[in-house]
Write a protein that binds this ligand. Structure first.
Ligand code: FA5
Ligand code: MG
Length: 460
């Protein structure tokens, strides 16, 4: 159910983002600390690892088929971010615990998919002047209230890509063999690779990944899925090869671990079938992108009813971490020369961590507000009185980049009172210096006080 807006911030003046002014209201939940990241345009700074990564990926999606774009202003309408893409009204992504609202109708985009419709419309507008440009990539900063750890940050960058094929304008399903044949030719034209990729699931699955049978034939979807998967596999293989070359440049005896890639079934409201790609990294599977066959309703609503195709959205930081061996996502925002001086446009280097400063773990244990019986902390949103993302936001607001991660280490329900207790462990560690005891104690005290003041918890 749509969650009632609670006025957590008293009336705020309009906010200005990229020179545009936006009204605020009781939906507004975007703190200044988040807004202060807008306008860094890290992906445009030639010598920044995110820009180097962007260029390398763009080179895998070249013209004239793909136009390479970026979008500066992160403020989009809820229609662009959710409605047009078919997000149901009760989707957790829409809630104020997950998304930064500027006001009730306006959010900081949570993904680059917010621009899909506009780029499909552009393909249609360009059809007569640039008919060969049937795809695009777009890079932008995106914003999410999310967990705090080494691979999650509330502001990160995505690159979206899509590629469309023309379908016959009459009786598209009967003539879909024409489209399928054209796509297969494009698949055959892609370079081959010899990496074994785990892909255990069938393309179509009647419940999780149904074929949009009223619009698409199975042949078209199989062909487009093959093109999508192979294009993205070639992209990660390129990244991995470049990273291995950089490591071997430093140490000629360097033997790269074999690249391990797998496809996992996924769900997105605007694609079917859908997948996520995962890469094995530092002992674990790391999700790097989501993708799928674009639902026909979206194409029909975007002035390209006689086309079909695929789209993907990848986390630029996740790829840059693989490429440069960067261990912590906070580093991308560093202004420390010891970080910045290690990267140079067009070059893939291997990041040499400057010394690792000591971690300082501090726990905070509390009872959830007892007033609301049956309240619980939930990462999934819904009826809970305290959402885990609200705890994260408080820690982030006070600790900023001095917090490496926040983890739930214990929870239990009192057998008699049924009250619920949580214990979170916060790891305070700066990337740039050793924190003093006074400093971490002071931060932790402020976190404790704000948990009480803002969420009404009772400290234990
Ligand atoms: C999406 O955002 C979809 N829009 C992707 C998509 C596009 C699907 C087009 C289909 C078609 P997801 O929420 O899984 O999906 O995020 C995509 C990628 O962003 C993830 O795979 C991950 O690499 C990255 N990512 C997600 N959250 C964070 C975060 N907090 N910090 C850093 N990277 C993140
Ligand atoms: Mg995902």
């Amino acid at each position: 159910a749509k969650q009632a807006a609670k006025p957590t911030e008293t009336s705020r003046p309009p906010v200005t983002v990229e020179g545009e002014s936006y009204r605020t209201d009781e939906w507004t939940n975007t703190p200044e600390t988040i807004l202060s990241h807008v306008g860094r345009h890290l992906y445009l700074e030639d010598n920044h690892p995110l820009a180097i990564t962007r260029k390398l990926i763009e080179s895998q999606f070249p013209g004239p088929v793909y136009g390479n774009y970026s979008e500066r202003n992160p403020v989009v309408s809820t229609a662009q971010n959710f409605d047009v893409l078919g997000f149901p009204l009760d989707h957790p992504g829409r809630s104020r615990t997950d998304t930064y609202y500027v006001n009730d109708k306006t959010v900081l985009r949570t993904h680059t998919s917010a621009h899909q419709q506009a780029y499909f419309q552009q393909i249609n507008r360009n059809a007569s002047v640039k008919p060969e440009e049937v795809g695009y990539t777009v890079v932008a900063d995106v914003y999410r209230r999310d967990a705090i750890d080494r691979s999650h940050y509330p502001v990160f960058h995505q690159m979206e890509g899509a590629r469309l094929w023309k379908r016959p304008e009459t009786e598209p399903l009967k003539n879909s063999a024409v489209t399928a044949a054209a796509i297969v030719r494009d698949v055959d034209a892609l370079p081959t690779h010899d990496v074994v990729v785990e892909d255990p699931n069938p393309t179509m699955h009647s419940e999780r990944n149904p074929l949009q049978a009223q619009y698409h034939s199975a042949e078209e979807v199989e062909a487009a899925a093959a093109h999508l998967k192979k294009s993205l596999e070639l992209m990660v293989i390129k990244i991995f090869t470049e990273a291995s070359k950089a490591a071997a440049g430093l140490d000629p005896a360097f033997q790269p671990e074999p690249l391990k890639v797998r496809w996992v079934e996924a769900y997105f409201p605007f694609t079917s079938p859908s997948w996520e790609m995962e890469v094995f990294w530092q002992g674990d599977w790391l999700e790097i992108l989501g993708c799928g066959i674009i639902k026909q309703e979206l194409l029909n609503n975007s002035d390209v009813p006689h086309r079909m195709g695929w789209a993907f959205g990848l986390g630029l930081e996740r790829i840059a971490m693989l490429l440069f061996n960067i261990p912590d996502i906070r580093l991308f925002w560093s202004r420390d020369e010891r970080f910045l001086s290690q990267f140079q446009a067009g070059k893939i280097t291997r990041f040499e961590p400057f010394s690792k400063y000591p971690a300082c773990y501090k726990d905070v244990a509390f009872w959830l507000p007892s007033a609301s019986a049956g309240s619980s902390v939930s990462a999934a949103g819904g009826a809970a009185s305290v959402h885990e993302n609200d705890i994260m936001e408080i820690v982030r607001g006070i600790g900023g980049d001095l917090v490496e991660d926040v983890r739930l280490i214990d929870e239990f329900t009192h057998p008699k009172t049924r009250r619920q207790s949580m214990c979170y462990r916060i790891n305070y560690r700066s990337l740039e210096r050793t924190l003093t005891n006074e400093e971490t104690n002071d931060l932790h005290e402020k976190v404790r006080a704000k948990l009480v003041g803002q969420l009404g918890v009772e400290l234990r």
